[in-house]
Structures are given as structure tokens and as C-alpha cells.
Design a protein around this ligand. Sequence first.
Ligand code: PMP
Length: 316
Amino acid sequence: MAPSPMLEFAFFEGRIVPFAEAKVSVGTHALQYGTGAFAGIRGYLDDDGETINVFRLPDHAARLLNSAKLLRAELPFDRDSLAATIVSVIAANDPSGDCYVRPFVYKSSVQLTPRLRNLDDELAIYMLSLGDYLDTDRGVKAVVSSWVRVSDNAIPGRGKLSGAYVNSALAKDEAEEKGADEAILLDASGHVAEGSGCNLFVVRDGILTTAPTTGDILEGITRRSFLRFAADEGIPTAERQIDRSELYLAEEAFFCGTGVQVAPIASIDGRPVGDGEPGPITSRLRGLFFDCVRGRSDRYAEMVTPVRRRVAAAAG
Ligand code: PMP
């Protein structure tokens, strides 16, 4: 078995404990009914080797609190204290390389009724080391899923709600079983929504285009960052409904998200995107993203929260 990528310490029931001790009952409401919400945050080793740059930490904390609000969860945290708690877990683990942080808000009561009110809520945070989740260089294969993206009136996809990820899992399995790397889910009206765990951009007539946040997508933080990079570079952008057939006409397409980072799409349903190679807009934006997270960009320095590694602190 491969060595566990889990890092040693987790936050559980109000304190930092060894990861192995962060355990819940099998009867936990969130485990039974998916009444949890989570965040996924990446920390990158800065080029200086001494700092972990946490990408858009306050935004992730704010979105998790919004997801928690959808679940009517009551937690003793505001955005800043939640962000500080996440930093304390990173500091306790003192990762030596790129890592992923998974904060999780969940209905912790052992209770049989699927409801949101009058249940206890808890926050847990754990971490793992994580490299690339999808290829970020060559281009991945995508297929349009036969599974429809869960709609706002079913389970709101704008929150990162645990139960909704059964929808992602169905689509991901189907894509992989068809020999692809990732699924593209359409919404109930047949418009392009997003990937199973990432947002999607296409370039049409030079315009960087993505589904609107009212289109049954997660309000992705990487997506928002890429819209900003593009605007700063003078690349025109549009947030609008995208037809399925536009996927086949796009000059470029890529997935983006915390896990995925940025994954150029080489083909969709077996049809090459552009010439099948990462296009110029994708490559330019990918460069800006990695410069930002590796600490090479003054312009986007405010997008990362630096956490000093212990080895650096010891050296003064
Ligand atoms: N959509 C879905 C369904 C996701 O799970 C993710 C990953 N969190 C994203 C989009 C990308 O969001 P973000 O950039 O905030 O990680």
C-alpha cells in the first residue's frame, strides 16, 4: 500500500489532536445523510523553500461559512477566526512541501431524522500532502456526462455540500470508465455547468468564457482568480450560458479548481480542442497562477497567506 499522504495533526472537536484520533460515530448525521460542507485549500511551497503559500485562504473560509449557512449550521467562528484555526493546523503539521487542507463542517449529532435544525455542528480540519490531481501540462480528456448537474432547487451546488458530491462521483466514474480523465456536467437546461470537481473555461473567438454563478456551479475561487488574471491581462471575459455544441467549437478549454489547479483540455467527447495542445490564453493564465502560488508575483502577493515553515523560523 502507498504511504498515507495524511499529515500528523488534525483539528477535531475544538482542539488539535493526532489525525488518527479524529473519529466520529457511525451514526453521525452527516455520515448518514451528507449533511456536511467542506473546503479544499492548497498550500504551495514558495520558491524560497521556507514558506507555505496558502491560496486565497480568507475566500475559502468565507465560502465555507456560506456553505455552513445553507446547512443552517451554527459555529463559533467568523471568517478570520476560521482562517486562523486553519493556519494553526498548517503550523502544527509544518508541511515540507505542497499540501491540501480539508476543513469540514458537519452535523455531528447521532440522530435519525434527515433535517438541518436542532442538531449539533462541528468543525474538523485535516491535511494531506498533494501533488497534481490532473495533468497540468499535456492536456486531459473530457467527456460530457450523462449525469445532470444537481440543481440549485435540489441541492445548491454553490455550496460545497457533502451530499451533492454523489453527483460528482457518478459523473467521475462514468468519465473514467469511458477512458477520459474528467466529466463535463450540463445543467438541467442542457447548458454547460462544470467538471465533477472543478470549473470550466472555454475560449471562443478570443473571449474567455465560463458559466455564470447562477448556472448550478460551485462559486469557484480559482475561477474567480482566473477571471481577474484575464481582466488584468486585457483578455476579454464573459460569464454566460454555454451550449454543449460550443464545447466542440472552442479554440481552447481548461478546467480549474483547487485540486485540479489548471488542467488544459485536449479533447472533449473525442474531438480535439483547437489543435489538441494547450492554447496561448490557457498557458498565459496558468503561468500567472503558478507565479502567484510559488511566491514569484508581487502583483498577486495578496492572493496568498504565507505560513513560515519551522525550519525558517529556527534560522531566524
Ligand atoms: N466545482 C466543483 C464541483 C468543485 O468541487 C470544485 C473544487 N472545490 C470547484 C468547482 C473549484 O472550486 P475552487 O476553485 O474554489 O476550488
